[in-house]
Ligand binder design. Structure first.
Ligand SMILES: NC(=O)c1ccc[n+]([C@@H]2O[C@H](COP(=O)([O-])OP(=O)(O)OC[C@H]3O[C@@H](n4cnc5c(N)ncnc54)[C@H](OP(=O)(O)O)[C@@H]3O)[C@@H](O)[C@H]2O)c1
Length: 333
């Protein structure tokens, strides 16, 4: 370890955001009770914003990004963890304000970690990652709002992306008829293979239109896209249906009217994955370990080495990533 460990480091040079692989030392890591040897991280939309500089995610430079990781505990002053324990982290500002998972070591607060759930290995935990954890939060939110499979179809926007593809799998497993919306109709068969009962082209929802309501179709929706797509789908949510909104891949603005809310009792539920309390996280991961089909998870996952993480980040901003990108941080996993 005297020669240092490998890390993807984002820096600012001549007012531009740049990244490179560097050697870093353990004593450069931020404070925390648990030192983790990172085996896998993953690339999420927010990582892409951080690595490319397209979004103001990072505030200090040089910085190690990576909003999630799975690995083994090396040292711990938190009595809940011992060396060798397998752990998972998503959120808590790691990879945004606290050095993240795109490095061979990370040091974090014990409170931020969860034990690797039984039934998942480290690679599968990151194939789920922040995106899958968020998809599970969305499905749980719909269930908590009383949306049941017999209430009708559930729409998933940005379906071929990370959150969307896991949401399709989880909805189908929970007995829902899930309808995928995608800007990539060439992926229709792949989406059906994950559990989509039907695939709609994004163009059906992408045009701004002034009508306050449309005919009622969706019992619920998982929206990863925001913007016009969210505004349009809200108009077609059925009486007392619910929409779990977690993303902005299509835009951060939302121009709507109150009519879906006051005439149809539609509920718009905001989903944040970053600061979910630990007890709830443990439950969410248990449900993921129970409900995610490993074979389907394998089908949505591409594993890439740490060396390629930086060059792949721009693909997210082009909407070109299919499913989940797992980063193998250590050679040999
Ligand atoms: N709230 C939270 O805690 C939380 C957690 C995780 C992620 N998120 C957010 O959720 C969103 C999805 O994250 P992700 O990691 O799944 O990203 P991703 O893999 O890039 O998926 C986003 C998908 O959105 C669709 N899309 C891309 N550009 C679009 C556009 N201009 N208009 C409409 N649709 C577009 C694409 O799907 P198709 O090609 O199938 O149309 C794309 O695959 C991001 O906005 C991310 O920031 C939020």
């Amino acid at each position: 370890m005297s020669e240092g460990f490998r890390a993807l480091v984002v820096d600012r040079e001549d007012k531009r955001t740049v990244w490179r692989l560097e050697k870093r030392r353990i004593d450069e890591l931020p404070e925390g009770e648990v030192l983790v040897e990172v085996h896998y991280s993953s690339l999420n939309y927010k990582d892409a914003l951080a690595i490319t500089g397209a979004g103001k995610i990072l505030r200090s430079f040089p910085f190690i990004p990576g909003i999630d990781f799975a690995g083994r505990v090396v040292e711990s002053s938190d009595p809940r963890y011992r060396p060798g324990d397998e752990v998972v982290l998503t959120g808590w500002g790691v990879g945004e304000r606290h050095f993240g998972g795109l490095a061979e070591y990370a040091r974090v607060k014990g409170e931020w970690l969860v034990p690797l759930p039984a039934g998942l290995n480290l690679e599968q935990a990151m194939a789920i990652g922040t995106a899958g954890f968020t998809a599970m939060l969305c499905v749980l939110a719909l269930e908590q709002q009383g949306v049941r499979p017999d209430a009708g179809e559930v729409l998933v926007t940005g379906a071929a992306g990370g959150v969307g593809s896991v949401a399709l799998m989880l909805l189908e497993k929970a007995g829902f008829r899930a309808v995928a919306v995608t800007g990539r109709p060439e992926l229709a068969d792949w989406l059906r293979g994950l559990g989509a009962a039907e695939v709609l082209p994004r163009s059906e929802l992408a045009e701004a239109d002034s009508a306050p309501l449309a005919s009622q179709r969706w019992a619920g929706a998982v929206d990863t896209v925001g913007g016009t797509v969210l505004a349009n789908l809200l108009k077609a949510v059925r009486y007392r249906g619910a929409v779990a909104a977690c993303g902005l891949a299509g835009g951060a603005e939302l121009h709507t009217t109150v009519f879906p809310f006051i005439l149809r009792g539609v509920r718009l539920i905001g989903i944040d994955s970053v600061y979910v309390p630990r007890e709830e996280r443990l439950e969410v991961w248990q449900r993921l370990a129970r409900d995610v089909d490993p074979e389907r998870l394998g089908r949505i996952t591409t594993v890439v080495p740490l060396e390629r993480a930086g060059e792949l980040a721009p693909d997210f901003l082009k909407g070109a990533v299919r499913g989940r990108l797992v980063v193998q941080v250590r050679e040999g996993g």
